[in-house]
Each structure stands twice: as structure tokens, then as C-alpha cells.
Ligand binder design. Structure first.
Ligand code: AMP
Length: 181
């Protein structure tokens, strides 16, 4: 990735110290989404390696992964799968519990969201410990998806999340890294 894009993204992401609790530096991408050029460039860069790879679905993790994933699905001319917090999906679903940087939660996906072997690209705004994305990969595997890759705008490499996803056999694409957490 070129340094101009890195700067565009860094300049557009807002850093909020001690949110949601002391010691956490929150990387707020709402300012990136509100910046037309940064939003477009981030989406273009996230999908770039996957054009022509036969991806048929983008799966986005609630809620910021929905915004990026919808735009990516449009760009790749494929479908979109919402990976949702527990209790939001109306049809038959699979559920998984996972631990977050700040607690424990459950997420769900519809069992018929993919046909077996369908190529899926997973997306969220940020990967920290990787607990959220790991759960999403496992859910997608449970319903028969081939998770081709997982991508994120922001990586916090010191928290080891990307390594956790690669250990599941899923390649990881991230656009910018911040040292520490
Ligand atoms: P994790 O499961 O630890 O990889 O956490 C990833 C999820 O938590 C993503 O959905 C992020 O949006 C959110 N998250 C975790 N840490 C941060 C942070 N420092 N700044 C912004 N979002 C975060």
C-alpha cells in the first residue's frame, strides 16, 4: 500500500484515549466513513486483491463491518451476509460464544446464508485480540462457507488477532497498523 493512502487513512481515523475504559485507545472509524475520499479508498484497497477470485459473498461483522461490507459487496458484485449479535436474526441460525477485548458475547448467522463451498470474504473495521473475527470464521465454517480471507482497515498487531485468524488457515488483509493497543 502506498504511503499516501496510509496517510489518508491515518488522518481520517479519530483516536479517543481511555474509551470505553481507561487504558484503551479507541480507533474511531466514523470519521473515516464521513470522509468521502478516505472511505472510497479504504473500500477499494480492501477489495483489490480479491477482484476476479470468485468471491460470491462478503460477510460483515455487526455493526461497522456492515458498512464496509455493503460497499465491498457492491464493488465485487456479490452478496452480503450479516454476522449479527445474538437475538437479531429471524430464521434458523447457528450461534457461537466468544470473548471480546471488553467481555463475552454471542453472535449468529443464518444457516442458509451460503451454499456449501461458497467463497466468502469476511470484513470488520478493526482486529484486536481476534476473538470476534475468530468466532465469525468458525460460524461461517459451520454453515459450509469457504472463508477465502478476512480483512480489516485497522490491525493492532501487539494483541495477536491476525495471527489467530491465520492459524485457522484464513489469510488476513489489513490496511494500517497501530503499535500497542
Ligand atoms: P477483538 O475481538 O479483540 O479483535 O475486537 C475487535 C472488535 O472490537 C471489532 O469489532 C472492533 O470494532 C472492536 N474494537 C476492539 N478494540 C478496539 C479499539 N481499540 N478501537 C476500536 N474498536 C475496537
Amino acid at each position: 500500500m502506498d504511503s499516501t493512502l496510509r496517510k489518508t487513512l491515518e488522518d481520517s481515523i479519530r483516536n479517543i484515549p481511555d474509551y470505553p475504559k481507561p487504558g484503551i485507545m479507541f480507533r474511531d472509524i466514523t470519521t473515516m466513513l464521513g470522509n468521502a475520499r478516505a472511505f472510497r479508498r479504504a473500500v477499494d484497497e480492501l477489495v483489490h486483491p480479491f477482484i476476479g477470485m470468485g468471491i460470491t459473498q462478503v460477510a460483515g461483522i455487526e455493526a461497522r463491518g456492515f458498512i464496509l461490507g455493503g460497499a465491498m459487496a457492491h464493488q465485487l458484485s456479490c452478496g452480503f451476509i450479516p454476522v449479527r449479535k445474538k437475538g437479531k436474526l429471524p430464521h434458523d441460525k447457528v450461534t457461537i460464544a466468544y470473548s471480546l477485548e471488553y467481555g463475552i458475547d454471542e453472535m449468529e448467522v443464518h444457516t442458509d446464508a451460503v451454499t456449501k463451498g461458497e467463497k466468502v470474504l469476511l470484513v470488520d473495521d478493526l482486529i484486536a485480540t481476534g476473538g470476534t473475527a475468530e468466532a465469525a470464521v468458525k460460524l461461517l465454517h459451520k454453515i459450509g462457507a469457504d472463508v477465502v480471507a478476512a480483512c480489516f482497515v485497522v490491525d493492532l498487531p501487539d494483541l495477536g488477532g491476525a495471527k489467530k485468524i491465520k492459524a485457522l488457515g484464513v489469510p488476513v488483509r489489513t490496511l494500517i497498523e497501530y503499535e500497542g493497543d
